[in-house]
Design a protein around this ligand. Structure first.
Ligand code: GUN
Length: 505
């Protein structure tokens, strides 16, 4: 290969879900990758020589999945909680005395999510990671390095906020003991300007349009930020042309919070302050009224569906059909492993299609496997500012592709590749993953890291870390008692939940 020419990889004998419509016609084709793009899709044997040839006979070639939302800081807490609603659960993730990790441990922790993602067909993830008490560049760089090394496409945000956590809730004066509230308000946290400067600095080297591992702008949630801070966050994203994410109206308590803090539901508030724009994802967006759905459609913002998280935290069911009917872009996310236990996006796709059938809608309005796959590919790319460039097997698109073996029980007999992928395949049959034209899984094995050695190192470190996590969680007792009361008061306060499209089944 000449130094200036782009590497050419030929995927031979591929049967693919093609184009923006994910169409399967059963034809064998050759797919040529040049650099980071799909250069040609032609009849077998008609494309010229390549630097690397991979035979995909008996495979299904599909676009890599886009996970619009995970939290790498949760990976060491995978499976530590169950049967807690969001507000209570979150206080076990955000302990008052966080476990201090070495940069190497941050690297390993980040790797866990990246490896599971790649192994389950995801090629792009958004990591909304927590800054903690102070901005620590060494640890942030360690997380970015993990994504650099493993080969996945990652957009990393820093869950920015400028309000103390205790003030993210209504009814605080009533339920949080005064001394505890004072202590929580006094806890150190990064200055708002420093948070914005961090993203600005990193974006110079790591803009996601030109870097496989990039940054995006994350405002943790409207109730966790002051209005001037949200305006500054929006301005930063506009200046740098970065995508934006924020958690919005995941629970019924958050609907009450919106009414008490802003005098209206939160999406209406975000619309009023000009926060809603294209490439802006409202994560969860479970509790939406029709005006909010219209606002999302009008502004081109994305509603990001996290069905598996919403199920495990008992948050509710996003009104996906109403959103799609209104023309809103709906993408998918897994959320973090402390609540969801897995970032497997195939599981998220299956959950999205399955849970839609529980909402009591007429069956023709249920979400199909095909619609779930669209949400987990092209719609995910659009939500992150890639337009139509990411999430399809099409000439000119970014070469983020995966292939599953079809000679497996999952695909036998081979009746409907999309339904069998979405409802049955969970990653065991994944044999190839390519990100930006580079092979990161081949023959089912990660090509760029020693996975077994990394996992051994994590288990070894965990002998020391496990009791530290248990101690940090145990310290949360008084705050959990207070939040339990806030949660119950929120449920009792919400007036007329039936006006929401997001009714529980
Ligand atoms: N599910 C969920 N996870 C989070 N992690 C940090 N903030 C949030 C949130 O608002 N919801």
């Amino acid at each position: 290969m000449n130094k200036n020419s782009k590497k050419r990889t030929l995927l031979r004998n591929a049967r693919a879900l093609l184009g923006d419509t994910l169409t399967f016609d059963g034809q064998l084709r050759d797919v040529l990758i040049e650099g980071d793009r799909i250069a040609a899709i032609e009849a077998v044997g008609t494309l010229g020589a390549a630097d690397q040839v991979i035979d995909l006979r008996d495979h299904l070639l599909v676009p890599g999945l886009v996970n619009g939302h995970q939290h790498s800081h949760e990976h060491f807490q995978r499976g530590r909680t169950e049967n807690l609603p969001l507000e209570l659960w979150m206080h076990l993730v955000r302990t008052r005395t966080p476990v201090k990790l070495t940069p190497r441990q941050v690297y390993l922790r980040t790797m866990i999510g990246a490896i599971e993602s790649l192994r389950t067909g995801c090629t792009t993830l958004v990591d909304d990671t927590a800054l903690g008490a102070a901005i620590d560049r060494e640890r942030i760089d360690a997380a970015l390095q993990a994504y650099d090394d493993v080969g996945i496409r990652a957009l990393v945000g820093f869950a920015m906020m400028d309000k103390p956590i205790v003030d993210n809730f209504p009814f605080v004066e009533k339920h949080v003991p005064a001394a505890l509230a004072v202590e929580l308000r006094a806890a150190s946290r990064p200055a708002p300007e420093a948070q914005l400067a961090l993203v600005r600095d990193l974006a110079r080297e790591r803009h996601p349009q030109s870097n496989r591992v990039g940054v995006l702008v994350s405002a943790s949630a409207p109730q966790r930020c002051t209005e001037p801070f949200l305006q500054a966050v929006r301005g930063l994203a506009d200046d740098l042309a970065l995508p934006v994410i924020t958690h919005v109206q995941e629970t019924r308590l958050q609907v009450v919070t919106g009414q008490l803090f802003f005098g209206c539901p939160m999406v209406e508030y975000l619309d009023r302050i000009g926060f809603l724009k294209p490439a802006t994802s409202l994560i969860h967006a479970v509790w939406l009224n029709p005006r909010e759905i219209d606002a999302l459609a009008r502004t081109g913002a994305t509603a990001q569906h996290n069905p598996w998280s919403n199920l495990l935290l008992g948050s509710g069911v996003q009104p996906v059909r109403e959103l799609l009917d209104a023309g809103v872009n709906v993408s998918l996310g897994s959320d973090g492993t402390c609540s969801t236990v897995t970032v497997n996006m195939l599981n998220v796709l299956g959950s999205a299609a399955a849970v839609s059938k529980l909402r009591g809608d007429e069956h023709t309005r249920w979400l199909s496997a095909h619609e779930a796959l669209h949400a987990g590919t092209l719609a995910g790319g659009r939500a992150l500012g890639f337009g139509e460039q990411l999430g399809s097997v099409r000439v000119g698109a970014i070469a983020d592709l995966v292939a599953y073996r079809t000679g497996t029980v999952t695909f036998t007999p081979f009746n409907d590749p999309v339904r069998q992928l979405v409802y049955a395949e969970r990653g065991a049959g994944l044999s190839l993953s390519m990100v930006a034209g580079k092979v990161v899984i081949e023959g089912g094995a990660l090509t760029r890291i020693d996975e077994a050695a990394l996992l051994r190192e994590i288990e070894h470190d965990f002998t020391e870390l496990r009791p530290l996590y248990a101690a940090a969680e145990a310290e949360m007792g008084p705050m959990l008692d207070a939040v339990e009361k806030i949660h119950r008061e929120g449920l009792a306060t919400l007036v007329a939940p039936d006006t929401y499209a997001s009714r529980l089944p």
